[in-house]
Write a protein of this length. Structure first.
Length: 332
């Protein structure tokens, strides 16, 4: 397995490791031999049926080496082009070099907001800007009487962890989308689906199979139905798009500098207004950006800028400035 067959890796870490980027000749031959051996065993011997956690052990094993999706489409088929408005520069000149922006217009713009709600807004998102700043947008529904208290709580949270959780598909189906916190109601679902054979396809990303969506109760009230097999767009009963889920980029876990995948969920203003009015809620949106500065001679640094937005059922926008270019101080 470790015989290179005169194949040379550009990365020294790959010399004795098997990665999606680099295989030695022996590793590639061994990979193919694995399936020849499995095929012979399947032909000549019965498959054990004493696995307590699976009714089909052969199918479970083989499934790890098949495409992620069961419909025959690759992750690359479900991957979108990078939205142009996600590649904005978020670093600005400061006295001591570059610093994270704290500009209200730029932070609101990440969620497609100004001082008001336009045609649509981003209610959930996770991506990297052109200058490698991580953007995280999260939201939740809250009773109007609890909104101010929740905003104050969020502004006091350490910027490293501020934000709202998303629901898993299991929580979504349970009919109790409270997330264990009575202060607010999570309303975004992000499926947790394992990527398989095409995980390392350079033209796709596993985020394409984990597109966020609104929880079932909200979707039912809006009469939403997916208009395609990938869950890109969700339309109302009149055929108009009310929610769109985007997923783009590619995954590279071997480099801190990327490339990275990205995703976001956009909700049309009309759909948000109806959701808030029918449930008697306001929307709290957290916009958090993070800069990571890697250092080999001293401790690496994280800095953050945070903004919190309150949107009423009349779609009024109230902006709250959080910590700006705040340096994270580890407790350890």
């Amino acid at each position: 397995m470790y015989e290179s067959g005169e194949r040379q890796s550009r990365n020294r870490r790959d010399v004795h490791a098997m990665t999606e980027i680099y295989h030695t000749q022996g590793q590639q031959l061994g990979w193919h031999a694995l399936f020849f051996a499995a095929g012979k065993l399947l032909r000549d011997s019965p498959v054990t049926d004493d696995w307590w956690y699976d009714d089909d052990p052969w199918g479970e094993w083989l499934g790890r080496y098949l495409l992620t999706r069961s419909d025959g489409f690759w992750l690359s088929d479900a991957t979108d082009r990078t939205p142009l408005d996600t590649v904005e520069v978020l670093l600005e000149k400061a006295k001591e070099g570059l610093a994270l922006t704290g500009d209200c217009g730029k932070l609101l713009g990440l969620a497609k907001l100004t001082d008001r709600v336009g045609k649509q807004l981003v209610v959930n998102g996770y991506w990297y800007s052109a200058d490698h700043i991580r953007v995280h947008i999260s939201s939740a529904l809250v009773a109007p009487g609890k909104a101010k208290q929740l905003v104050r709580t969020l502004l006091r949270e350490p910027p490293m962890i501020v934000g709202f959780p998303v629901l898993s598909e299991g929580e979504d189906e349970s009919g109790h989308p409270m997330g264990g916190n009575k202060q607010y109601m999570p309303w975004i679902v992000r499926p947790d689906r394992e990527a398989r054979l095409d995980e390392h396809d350079p033209f796709g990303t596993s985020a394409a199979n984990r597109r966020p969506r609104v929880e079932r109760g909200c979707a039912a009230a809006l009469k939403l139905a997916a208009s395609d097999r990938f869950g890109r767009e969700w339309k109302g009963k009149r055929g108009q798009v009310l929610v769109r889920a985007e997923a783009w980029g590619r995954d590279n876990n071997d480099s801190e500098r990327g490339p990275h995948s990205g995703s976001r969920l956009l909700c049309w203003a009309s759909a948000l207004r109806k959701t808030l009015k029918e449930r008697g809620k306001h929307l709290i949106l957290v916009i958090a950006i993070q800069r990571y500065e890697q250092s080999y001679r001293r401790e690496s640094k994280y800095t953050h800028s945070v903004a919190v937005v309150r949107i009423s059922d009349r779609l009024d926008v109230e902006y709250f400035r959080g910590r700006i270019n705040d340096l994270h101080k580890s407790r350890f």
